[in-house]
Design a protein around this ligand. Structure first.
Ligand code: ADP
Ligand code: NA
Length: 329
């Protein structure tokens, strides 16, 4: 079985975009892969976090993943900071990656904006740590969104340079698993911005711990327009908010946008939004209930993560130790 590595930042409560774009695919990958699911708290530190908030987000993230169907008994679920192989291989990769390669990373440019000098060095070398996350498990497949493709390319470049510099074929090539049908979910307040757990407005997203009432209210208030829904997806051109709501419905129902419009085309947003809220409540309320239940027993969650870390360590330690021997430590 091929090994899959997936990382998610514990920087807030997971939202619908995380669920449809990532978590749901991870759950499906468990059937025919050997999976490592990592809460990447070291990456979260690249932007300052209140320590208590980071600890809380970390447990919320773990609870949401388990409630969504990630199985911590059959697969590995743990915190990045609990396995020292990440930091150790990350440092080696910092010394392999070239500044010129890092300078080309578009995500850093987007995140840093104009005041580049004010950001942490950690944010700049993030791609080297991400490469280490994957390679310290000899994982060969990484499910990512389109936005992470460049980081996987640099992870392959770093591994190839390591293999070349030290004259070994030690790190395998990794393949991006970009799910063809992964929905890109946009903000409920602005159809041109992606839904994100770091958006300051909680009204812009459905969180995986929202109650049925929260969900219904957010969908009712979601930005739309005054026209009726078109009867096929071509008619969504130039209507970002309408397209987003149809995309969400289609993804949640495992249907195409045209199927959804075949049913709702010609109607206004009132009945469509009611149906969408009902569908979201039906699918997400059980996840939210289970998440809240898991969060009531913090000790148990921490124990799951500790066991996960022990298993992650058992895989990663021999690999990082060999990498350390190869560089001459
Ligand atoms: P966020 O922006 O919510 O902090 P992350 O950067 O932690 O999300 O991303 C975690 C995973 O969720 C990634 O695989 C990313 O591609 C996916 N993801 C995040 N937001 C969305 C979205 N709005 N639509 C689809 N997938 C998303
Ligand atoms: Na983010």
């Amino acid at each position: 079985m091929q090994r899959v590595f997936s990382g998610i930042q514990p920087t807030g409560v997971p939202q619908l975009g995380n669920y449809l774009g990532a978590i749901r695919n991870w759950v499906r990958l468990q059937d025919d892969h050997d999976c490592v699911f990592c809460l990447v708290d070291m990456h979260a530190l690249t932007v300052f976090r209140e320590p208590e908030q980071l600890r809380r987000d970390n447990l919320a993230q773990a609870a949401c993943l388990i409630a969504s169907g990630i199985n911590p008994e059959k697969h590995v679920l743990y915190n990045q900071s609990a396995v020292s192989a990440h930091a150790r291989l990350g440092w080696i990769f910092n010394c392999v990656v070239r500044l010129g390669w890092l300078n080309r990373m578009t995500q850093f440019k987007e995140k840093a904006g104009k005041d580049r000098e004010q950001h942490s060095a950690g944010l700049f070398v993030y791609p080297a740590l991400m490469a280490a996350d994957i390679h310290t498990f000899h994982a060969t497949r990484v499910p990512v969104g389109e936005d992470q493709k460049q980081h996987l390319e640099i992870a392959n470049d770093i591994a190839a340079k390591f293999n070349h510099d030290y004259g070994v074929a030690f790190f395998p090539a990794i393949e991006a698993l970009i799910p063809p049908s992964a929905a890109r979910v946009m903000s409920l307040r602005d159809g041109t911005k992606k839904m994100s757990k770091s958006d300051p407005s909680a009204q812009s997203r459905i969180e995986l711990t929202d109650t049925a009432d929260d969900i219904a209210l957010k969908i009712r208030k979601a930005k739309s327009d005054t026209e009726a829904l078109p009867s096929e997806s071509a008619g969504l051109e130039g209507r970002a908010e309408a397209r987003n709501l149809v995309t969400i419905y289609a993804a949640m129902a495992d249907q195409s946008a045209d199927d959804v419009l075949g049913r709702f085309g010609g109607q206004g947003f009132g009945p469509f939004k009611s149906a969408l809220a009902e569908l979201l409540v039906e699918k997400l309320a059980p996840v939210a209930d289970e998440t809240r239940r898991l969060l009531e027993d913090r000790t148990h969650l921490e124990q799951i993560l500790r066991q996960g870390a022990a298993r992650a360590n058992a895989i990663a330690e021999p690999i990082v130790t060999e990498a350390e021997r190869l560089v001459g430590y």
